[in-house]
Design a protein around this ligand. Structure first.
Ligand SMILES: Cc1ncc(COP(=O)(O)O)c(C=O)c1O
Length: 392
């Protein structure tokens, strides 16, 4: 029988399969061949959430009345938990009825926001280096990416003067992310104030993506705590990193009710709510206190020390005081900015995978990123392998 000829949409021409989707398959293949690969790629916490969170999921799932579709805008319980959490940690007051929209992870929120606000030809300021999903979502939604560069010359903060040299008349959104992934750079009040002033001046909606504020960082900062920010910004957050719940898919977008309603208008046509026991368990996670974050960060700091030893063995340079789940490091000059060749060589010789910084944009080409989502013993083993096998 003849097979029908179906071509993927033109929309798909502008995106490739997600880097880690492909790379993880390659790594699985190497493991099948018997190689013990230590993958320091993706930032997926390897530790479980708090036991109370798991117990709550299990007990709620026993109820007979929680298995139906859930409200499109999330349960009252979860929205109220987010409101209390934002007030406690960020000193930001949110109306749980209208200013909070739970998401199935912030990754989907990025797409929903682009679909809700972009028309064909609208431009979006996207960080280079930055989370690859920003670029993909903007392009899929018909928008155009206008990069802004983050590099050593401005300590990985946006260079507003350079940005303003471009034509910004068609720019509608700007993605911002501090603590920054992949560079680990911390947010500052001064940065957020500049962003708010910039957005006001150019009539741009800031989309702040804030999933790393609790990891290797003790000064939680929300863009919405800055005077004037409510007029120009929305913010996403996530339980994936700080609560070790990446696979649960619980995130949130918060901000002015009109914008939240716009995003809900799109999202409610895409999914049918989140399993109630997951929402109840996420509310439990959001109620955790300092002890949870102290313990989590003690683990990550111990891993960071081993990560530094690995990077030293690789001859990489890095700044200390980076936040989030990763360390961003510059590869030796002898590799002439070929982070892909560097990463391949480390994998080939040492069975250790480090992410080439170039996947985050051209500014990442001289860099690699290592994930700390790995027990410290394995990070130490990676360092030992590099010391004994890596030919610089
Ligand atoms: C900067 C950034 N934003 C968003 C996400 C997605 O997080 P979530 O699990 O909430 O979809 C990630 C995950 O790696 C990230 O690094």
């Amino acid at each position: 029988m003849a097979k029908v000829e179906i071509r993927p949409s033109h929309r798909m021409d502008c995106i490739k399969e997600y880097y880690f989707s492909k790379k993880n398959r390659e790594i699985a293949e190497l493991r099948k061949q018997g190689r013990d690969i230590i993958s320091l790629g993706i930032g997926s916490p390897d530790m479980p959430p708090h036991q109370r969170v798991i117990d709550r999921l299990a007990s709620e799932a026993q109820r007979p009345d929680v298995h139906a579709y859930q409200p499109y805008n999330g349960s009252d319980l979860l929205r109220e938990a987010y409101a209390a959490w934002y007030e406690k940690w960020y000193n930001v007051k949110l109306n749980p009825k209208t200013e909070i929209l739970p998401l199935l992870g912030s990754k989907e929120g990025i797409m929903h926001i682009c679909m809700a606000f972009l028309d064909a030809g609208d431009k979006v300021l996207v960080p280079n280096p930055g989370y690859p999903t920003y670029r993909a979502a903007v392009t899929l939604a018909g928008g155009e990416v206008l990069e802004y560069h983050l590099n050593e010359s401005t300590d990985f903060y946006p260079d507003f003067e350079a940005i303003e040299k471009q034509d910004l008349s068609k720019v509608k959104l700007m993605f911002v992310n501090y603590p920054n992934m992949p560079t680990g750079t911390l947010p500052t009040v001064a940065l957020f104030e500049k962003l708010v002033a910039f957005a006001q001046k150019h009539n741009i909606l800031l989309v702040h993506d804030n999933p790393y504020s609790f990891v290797r960082n003790n000064m939680q900062l929300s863009l919405l705590s800055i005077p004037g920010a409510w007029d120009v910004a929305i913010e996403m957050n996530s339980t994936s990193k700080g609560h070790s719940m990446a696979g649960w898919r619980v995130g949130v977008v918060v901000g002015r009710s009109e914008w939240i309603a716009d995003i809900l208008r799109f999202k409610s046509n895409m999914d049918s709510g989140m399993f109630f026991p997951v929402q109840a368990a996420a509310a439990e996670a959001l109620a955790l206190g300092n002890e949870w974050f102290d313990e989590l960060n003690a683990t990550y700091y111990a891993r960071e020390a081993e990560g530094y030893a690995l990077l030293d063995a690789l001859g990489c340079e890095y700044r200390k005081n980076q936040a989030g789940l990763f360390v961003w490091a510059k590869i030796p000059a002898t590799f002439e900015g070929d982070c892909f060749a560097f990463s391949d060589k480390v994998l080939e010789e040492c069975d250790v995978f480090v992410t080439p910084g170039g996947i985050f944009g051209s500014e990442g080409e001289h860099y690699i990123r290592i994930s700390l989502c790995m027990p410290k013993e394995r990070l130490a083993e990676a360092a030992e392998r590099v010391k004994s096998r890596f030919t610089k």
